[in-house]
Design a protein around this ligand. Sequence first.
Ligand code: AHR
Length: 482
Amino acid sequence: MKLTILADKKGPLISKYIYGQFAEHLGRCIYEGVWVGKDSEIPNVNGIRSDVVAALRQIKVPVVRWPGGCFADEYHWKDGIGPKENRKKIVNTHWGGVTEDNTFGTHEFFELINQLGCEAYVNGNVGSGTVYEMQEWVDYLTNPGESPMANLRRENVRQEPWRLAFFGVGNESWGCGGNMRPEYYADLYRQYQTYVRQYSTEKTYKIACGPNIDDYHWMEVLMKEATPFMDGISLHHYALTGAWEDKGPALNFPENHWYSLVESAQKMDELITKHSQIMDQYDPEKRVGLIVDEWGSWLAVEPGTNPGFLYQQNTIRDAMVAAVTLNIFHKHADRVQMANIAQMVNVLQAMILTDGPDMIKTPTYHVFDLYQNHQDGELIASYGAENQLISHTISKKAGRLTISLCNLSVDQAFTLELKKQSGAYQELAGRYITATQMDAHNSFVEPETIKVRGFADFKCVEDQLTICLPPMSVVTLTEVGS
Ligand code: AHR
């Protein structure tokens, strides 16, 4: 592959929110994965496990979406405030039929947000909640003045309102969130969002429920009927190895599943392109963001685990899915304003897996680590002869380039030549992950099979950079100085 990097040509900003996370009341994501309780022997601060927070802070998580997912449209926020002993116990109907005791509620979520030092994305209930309930939640969260809800918050020992950066009006309203038609949801969206009031100078970014995968009709109707009332509209697309009903295993999979999963992830490019074309007709200025608030690989659960808990292992193949998808989001940085991988801990394509007091970082985590420098970087264009098995992003921040490359081939190494237009490269530092087996992964016995290592297989002379990219690898080179 030979590329010329247009290092001085201005490009769109890659929003840091593309690196967002999704944490639902599902399986062991919130309970065990995030929340262990103040009395736990697992080190915690105010009930939230410290090892997980420290790991997530390292990759600079910018935003967390909560409480769902399908759970969001059955969640009644008042069940999760006030003294623990009075909180309602409910059945988590979507996810395993387990008891949800509402220990982790609004205050606990914002404690997590505070510990992570990131923004909150709260998803409201349209499917089984009322406008009044949603209005009261936003009031409780954000009102600095006098009101029954602001005073209730104070009774629950929180004086100041929280910062509510993002608010979603329903989740998958075309499916688990109410099985609605787009025309019906568009009207409900207009109504519900009216009562997502602004109580201070802090503006909340309002997100309408967008389409599933390639439901272009849904996008068309929503944009036609509700564009002026939204800041963003969501899109969900999961990578699969084949049919939805027949999910492939996370480990011990055949080679054709490697490529089918990656291909399914690559479909994100077509989806964003086509949805953006529709959005362009109603919003040519690109004010409204496409918010891909659920994405990632959805594989068969680990044998012996609760099928409703969606617990899957995470391999170097998932790292490919993450790198390829993030590269696609970057490419569409002019429209994609946020994305939230599903999910943060112990569910689907997780960053982190826990087992009692133990915690491991997944290959996907390491991609988020390798890619951190692209957060809020300027997208840099390039041209030349591309290779279908190589996916890349080049961005610039504070005058320094970051080049990320992903080799999707299971057995072929590639040599790449990258010429920097208008000037020599600054000194480059390389880091990478790779593996020799398609299902290489970290386990609680061997937690560092895949970890970030220094990468030196490159040569740089003035404006000419030559890189040898091993198979199954994600490499990042960063200009570190002159
Ligand atoms: O992430 C798991 C589930 O996938 C979410 O709850 C739902 O929104 C989607 O169908």
